[in-house]
Design a protein. Structure first.
Lengths: 351, 425
């Protein structure tokens, strides 16, 4: 256990949200580089995945991990059913696997060959009735909560990188490598409209590679703005020379209203989240190292960024909205508190 | 046949080979014999079938772990799984499902250690069969094959590079005749007679040129004038046969099968050129230098490669050409077993693989082995020198033979190395 992982660090945040005061409160180490992370909705656990094909369940109260072999390949994304009792992992072995979140010795409850090719994204609808997945077969699939296939949504012409359920319950959004974000009507499976996020994609003619993609999608708390993140200015895709970018759209008009950039940061944004006060928070990794970057919706440039000790690969916002977990190549989970540090009381003098 | 050079020196001995037996006019009269090897018996070792070679150069450094030597479920293995092939017990990456069906026609060398991680040096090693040394110019594999395997009756150039343009500087002492010609999937630029020039006028000016050359050669003939003459005559023949280079003449179904992307068209072009007797064709597929997002980019690139390469192997097999055609899939090096912080793999010459097919090679063979994590060769270690010998042996050449350059025997391949005998049938 690392020094930061003390009972004090495990205590829930009590100060108000203030991204400028963000600080790493705990660091936990796994045995291999990490890939993805998600909090369970009840705030008991953080699930992470590693390059060793395992899932790790971190008890947030103690920082203790439970690790188990989960997939035949890397696990790219994790989600939870609304009640938090079932976790779902998807991976590069084309499988979607259901797990009992709190089981002492986790074993698959159900395994589904969900796509032909990698599954890159999984989300559960806010009402817990549907699961959506997206993958390298360029398909979005809707599943019932029991894992039966509900609908197959065709319309992407490149790999599906990200999935997002609109909180209103009517729509699903999916983003792809080519920078298209499709809005689907859940009741009919029809493609309603598409957002043009092609700034997040590039084709390098010299290297002959497509690069970028919509790595994450998030809707503002007031429902007025849609954020899509990834990278731009990819002058050397094979050499990781690119810069992070969040594209901000008006939900109603689909008008692109802003390109959020980060001064002096090289890399990619893996995950974007809206904080309760309207701040946009994203985790970056890449040649510039790891950062948590914060923007106000009305400003192009960030108002704050927190340098992390290693490149980040995924992030998730705690259900309390006051902590961000990030996973890193250096095998570490880092929990960043988005509040002022708690001032420790003076130690009592020893008698 | 002794060439009657004006200076009577032996330095121009190689010039004898710079002419085509079938050339017209005065040039035909000075065409030399085919005895370019020190051993007169050397030419006899070539079978009656024209031998050919096609190299597919995976530019930037293909990852052996995502292709020929997967290590799934290890800490270096990455996300891709291994799949069975048509040879029981042999597995390759799941990124090559179509290729896996043809494993019974392929051979894999998994024990390569070239002790190098530099693009330029690795490219030289793999294409020239030796380490580059200052001041030493050698012919590359294409030039050696074009010379050693050439058909005296085929007027087309023997060394083609796709994609590319112009003439390569890769034949060294073998002379420009064996240097590569770069094309881009279409007939070479300026190979059609300009519309303002009538056929009669063209013939008349060429007849005049030959007459003038012939008169000049009687007193002033050198290797340089021969090369000059040869260039003109080759251009004439190339113009007559420019349709050979027009891949659009291939059936629509084949375009579909190979893929309409550049690499698919280039593979189809390679088939067309090989069928028309061109000795050596080098293709390249770009780009595998994946320091960043190695897995996404290999997914993208190998998806293209798998389709086109498997179509080429299948066609050469079905058309009875595989016994006489060597197919080499090579890079300048492999990629590190270690996965870096960008999901990338870096340069790695310590333990990597190439895939070969055809000629005298055993089918379905795997030679060489790496350890569980792919970090070291643990069985049958070879390097670029062994591979170069093996390529030549696979097309029926004695790789220990020499070129006679001005009376000096120059080895075809590094004399400190030898073919990988386990691979040869």
């Amino acid at each position: 256990m690392n020094q930061e992982n003390t009972p004090e660090a495990a205590k829930p945040a009590t100060s108000p949200l203030d991204a400028k005061q963000a600080h790493v409160k705990a660091t936990w180490k796994h045995g291999s580089p990490l890939i993805a992370c998600r909090y369970d909705p009840k705030g008991r656990y953080l699930f992470t995945s590693g390059e060793d094909y395992s899932l790790q369940r971190w008890d947030l109260a103690t920082g203790k991990p439970t690790v188990w072999a989960a997939h035949e390949s890397w696990i790219r994304d994790i989600a939870f059913m609304a009640d938090g009792e079932t976790a779902i992992s998807v991976g590069c072995d084309d499988k979607m696997i259901f797990w009992a979140t709190a089981a002492e010795k986790p074993a698959p409850l159900k395994t589904i060959e969900a796509h032909k090719g990698w599954i890159r994204a999984v989300e559960v609808s806010p009402d817990g009735k549907m699961i959506a997945t997206g993958g390298n077969d360029n398909l979005v699939k809707l599943w019932n909560a029991d894992g039966s296939l509900l609908k197959e949504l065709t319309g992407h012409d490149s790999n599906v990188y990200s999935i997002f359920f609109h909180p209103g319950g009517e729509f699903l959004l999916s983003g792809d490598l080519g920078g298209k974000v499709h809005q689907w009507e859940l009741s009919t499976g029809k493609l309603v409209r598409s957002f043009d996020a092609k700034d997040l994609h590039s084709y390098n003619g010299g290297q002959k590679v497509h690069y970028g993609g919509v790595r994450s999608i998030a809707l503002s708390p007031d429902g007025k703005h849609l954020a899509c993140c990834g990278l731009h200015k990819a002058t050397n895709p094979l050499g990781a020379v690119n810069e992070p970018l969040v594209m901000l759209f008006e939900w109603e008009s689909q008008k692109k209203v802003r390109s959020h950039v980060a001064a002096g940061v090289k890399g990619i944004l893996w995950q974007v989240n809206w904080l309760a006060d309207g701040t946009l928070a994203a985790a970056s990794g890449g040649s510039g190292g790891g950062f948590l970057i914060f923007w106000k919706p009305g400003e192009d440039k960030e108002f704050h960024k927190l340098k992390l000790p290693n490149t980040a690969r995924d992030a998730d916002l705690h259900p309390n909205g006051l902590e961000l977990a990030t996973v890193h190549h250096d095998r570490q989970v880092r929990i960043t508190r988005l509040t002022a540090k708690t001032t420790p009381g003076k130690p009592k003098p020893k008698k | 046949m002794k060439c009657d050079y004006a200076c009577l020196s032996g330095e121009h001995e190689i010039g004898r080979r710079q002419f085509l037996g079938g050339l017209a006019g005065g040039v035909g009269a000075i065409a030399g014999g085919l005895g370019m090897m020190a051993s007169p018996a050397a030419a006899k070792q070539l079978s009656k079938d024209q031998k050919r070679v096609v190299v597919i150069y995976m530019s930037g450094g293909l990852s052996q772990l995502e292709s020929w030597d997967p290590k799934p479920k290890t800490k270096t293995g990455g996300p891709f799984r291994a799949i069975p092939t048509s040879v029981p017990g042999v597995h390759i990456s799941e990124l090559l499902p179509l290729t896996a069906k043809h494993m019974d026609k392929l051979s894999i060398v998994r024990g390569i250690n070239t002790k190098n991680g530099d693009h330029g040096k690795g490219s030289y090693q793999m294409q020239y069969g030796r380490n580059q040394r200052p001041g030493i110019q050698l012919p590359n594999l294409g030039a050696v094959c074009a010379k050693a395997l050439e058909s005296p009756t085929n007027p087309l150039p023997g060394h083609i590079r796709i994609p590319g343009g112009g003439r390569g500087n890769d034949a060294a002492y073998l002379g420009p005749r064996y240097a590569s010609i770069g094309i881009n999937g279409k007939p070479p630029a300026n190979s059609a007679r300009v519309s303002s020039l009538t056929e009669e006028a063209d013939q008349a000016r060429n007849a005049f040129r030959r007459k003038a050359n012939s008169r000049f050669d009687r007193q002033r003939r050198t290797a340089q004038t021969d090369a000059y003459t040869y260039s003109y005559e080759q251009a004439q023949e190339l113009m007559k046969k420019r349709g050979v280079f027009d891949v659009a003449k291939e059936p629509a179904a084949d375009h579909e099968r190979y893929g309409k992307h550049d690499f698919g068209q280039h593979c189809l072009m390679a088939r067309r050129l090989l069928e028309n007797g061109i000795t050596f064709v080098q293709l390249s597929h770009s780009n595998y230098d994946t320091h960043n997002e190695n897995f996404n980019f290999h997914l993208e690139q190998l998806g293209e490669f798998d389709r086109s390469y498997s179509a080429l192997v299948s066609d050469l097999h079905e058309r009875g050409m595989l016994d006489s055609t060597l197919i080499i899939v090579m890079s300048e090096f492999g990629r590190t077993p270690n996965i870096n912080k960008y999901y990338g793999r870096d340069h790695w010459g310590t333990a990597w693989s190439v895939c070969l097919a055809g000629g005298r090679l055993q089918r379905g063979a795997v030679v060489g082995k790496t350890n569980a994590g792919g970090t070291a060769v643990i069985e049958d270690e070879v390097d670029h020198g062994h591979l170069f010998h093996t390529y030549l042996a696979a097309v029926g050449l004695d790789s220990s033979d020499t070129f006679d350059i001005g009376g000096r025997p120059i080895p075809l391949a590094d004399p400190r190395r030898a073919p990988i005998t386990k691979l040869l049938s």
